[in-house]
Design a binder for this molecule. Sequence first.
Ligand code: MG
Length: 469
Amino acid sequence: MRAGALPGLLSALLTLGAAACATIGRPPRTPDPRPNIVLIVADDLGYGDLGCYGNTAIRTPNIDRLAREGVRLTDFSVAEPVCSASRAAILTGRYAVRTGVRGALGPDARRGLPQAEVTLAEELRDRGYATAAYGKWHLGHRAGELPNAQGFDTWQGLAFSNDMWPLHPETPNAYPALFWSGTDTAREEMENLQSQAQLTRRIGRLAADFFRLHRDRPSFTYVAFTMPHVPIAASEEFRGRSRGGAYGDAVEELDAAVGMILAQVDAAARADPARRTLVVFTSDNGPWLSYGNHAGSAGGLREGKGTTFEGGIRVPFVARMPGTIPAGAECAVPMAAIDLLPTLCAYAGADAPRAAVDGTDMRPALERCANPAPDRFVFTWYDGTEVQAVRQGTWKLHLPHGYRSLAGAAPGRDGVPAKYRYDLKTGIELYDLAADPAESRNVAGEHPEIVARLRAAAERANADVRRAP
Ligand code: MG
């Protein structure tokens, strides 16, 4: 019989008795101030790939709902426009260049994320969280570099990118076999595209199950989907369904997997309203444009993955925590991937992160669209130790650097990429991203004092990371 069905007096007595027992036996249960945290990172998903970011061909109802029930940032940037370096910054709150993780690590990489780095999982585990990673790791593949050595109680997934396998379209048989592996699963070879087509659902289900099974203490679930990184694949249920083609199929399946996780999060909140969960959804870098119809859209931003133009670094970002983050908010305060660790640690408890981080606690941006650090400089590196671009507020300065581009040539098709040109170079280029997010009009000549200020900051940052171990 439910307590609510009892006559009022009896019900009140029972409640009092239960409270007294609780007081005598153990302290009364107070709501845990630490919310569960679910951090979902898509791979190579572009700024323009979701319904809530203006895509009209690809249906993403679950992520769109997250945005409706939370905050959607329009100016969230990753630290570097490439998988491993981007993830190093997400998980440490530090510029990847400080961690020694460069580019995209392959099976011959000599070092992954060093043990000395303090990851978000380690921070949260210290605060009593159960921690899990599912999907793509890509921060080192040897013992001591895998997720279970970096703060995750459990993990399953791929140690590398899903294209680092013998079926790579440009370098067939150059990579060894690619395995699904982890702390509580046998190694399983990705033999063909059919194996890859199961990954999204599998990652979503593992994350949903982990969340559901950890009710006794707060949980941190890091969900690193391998899609929509090439080779694009969707399971039979989703194949051929999207108006966005094969790429759209992969994104729509990813959205459905997000829905599987949200179903558990919402069920937990209904069962116990004191159990709060912060859900964050983002991507590691912009679209891999040379893959054409197997790449996403940068939504009108310039260039894509592998460049420090906005198309390479600005990605979708939505965060939901009912009661803390207002529903339906849209915010243009610039936030960066280095901010994730300090922000999520702040939600998990009052203490500052253990390690010195480059990011800022950006809760004011998520909760009331306020910028707690309007004057700070944010730097972007790519493929080297020299800053390529620096942001301050809406100003973005490119230092002279080479970049890759299709430069108007036709992109690849159906899984085979076109060749980029690598001979292009920027000069000193200043863009006002508020007026010109597409970085189309260089206004350096009109604002010499801003150029000088940002340039000096970039030089200090270069010297700083060279000094750091
Ligand atoms: Mg990526």
